[in-house]
Design a protein around this ligand. Structure first.
Ligand code: CP
Ligand code: NVA
Length: 299
């Protein structure tokens, strides 16, 4: 059976913890400049239907460091862009490369692609989930604060793809996630329900953040929601993570944001650029965590 990584639920808690540990080790190996070409000659295809800085650069640099190679395939340049079925693209590309990384809109499209692929398919973000981001975020928490098990995380903002992956992470890594969104912007009910006691919903950012070990947010308008930006900016006023809101969290609390960030909207500059912010480590850890993922799926 070909293993895919479409959501954090595709791996067991034990496998996920192993990936985080391995990511920390691979980071140390890279820092020591030790050769680690464990995937020599292996090929990675990247099919991205949306913009990306971190995800694209980390996968391309990561596979290169592991001795493999990557090809970035913009849909407009593939026959996919001229109407070749997704399923046929999956059948063909998966006969030529060792893994395929996809960033697209509908999660169902990613699942259809994976169902027709002979090689592992990795979710590089869909409208529903962003699991690679969470590998890096959990690694960052482990590095800066130790095991996240039993700790409390506050999500403030939109109940979006990244929020959904934080909900899955709370289940898989055994921590509590409190989520505060404006009314009408809650995460999908099925994802919340499946998480049971691991997640608590609210519409009150102050209550949600109180005593939290980590405060997380993301853009109020995700890719594809550009037309809603004005409405959303209105709806989310009161959900900005600023120093006053952070002041209600645990004094040692960290701040995370997957980036790109919009200073003055979902986060104040003095928080994202301040001493509690872990955002640059999060971004760097995309590289190490995904190298661990590639090694696991292809090794
Ligand atoms: N956080 C993240 O996935 O960033 P990119 O959109 O730049 O890849
Ligand atoms: N929620 C954001 C994350 C970007 C990495 C989006 O989907 O655009």
């Amino acid at each position: 059976m070909t293993r895919h990584f479409l959501s954090l639920l595709d791996f067991s808690p034990k496998e996920l913890r192993m990936l985080v540990e391995r990511a920390i080790t691979l980071k140390a190996i890279l820092r020591r400049r030790e050769p680690h070409e464990y995937l020599r000659g292996r090929s990675l295809a990247l099919i991205f239907e949306k913009s990306s800085t971190r995800t694209r650069v980390s996968f391309e640099a990561g596979i290169t460091q592991l001795g493999g190679n990557s090809m970035f395939l913009a849909p407009a340049e593939l026959q996919l862009g001229r109407g070749e079925p997704l399923e046929d693209t999956a059948r063909v590309v998966s006969r030529m490369v060792d893994a395929i990384v996809i960033r697209t809109h509908e999660h169902a499209k990613l699942e259809a692609f994976a169902a027709h692929s002979q090689v592992p398919v990795i979710n590089a973000l869909t409208d529903r989930f962003h699991p690679c981001q969470l590998l890096a975020d959990i690694q960052t928490y482990f590095e800066l604060r130790g095991d996240i098990r039993g700790h409390s995380v506050a999500w403030v903002g939109d109940g979006n793809n990244v929020c959904h992956s934080w909900i899955n992470a709370a289940r898989q890594f055994d921590f509590t996630l409190r989520v505060a969104t404006p009314k009408g912007y809650e995460p999908d009910a099925d994802i919340v329900a499946a998480a049971g006691q691991a997640v608590k919903m609210s519409h009150n950012p102050q209550e949600t953040v109180a005593g939290a070990d980590l405060v997380v947010t993301d853009t109020w308008a995700s890719m594809g929601q550009e037309a809603e930006k004005e409405t959303r900016t209105q709806a989310f006023s009161g959900f900005r993570v600023d120093t006053a809101l952070m002041g209600g969290a645990h004094p040692d609390a960290l701040f995370m944001h997957c980036l790109p960030a919009y200073r003055g909207l979902e986060v104040a500059s003095d928080v994202i650029d301040g001493p509690q912010s872990a955002v640059w480590d999060e971004a760097e850890n995309r590289l190490h965590a995904q190298k661990a993922l590639l090694e696991f799926l292809l090794g």
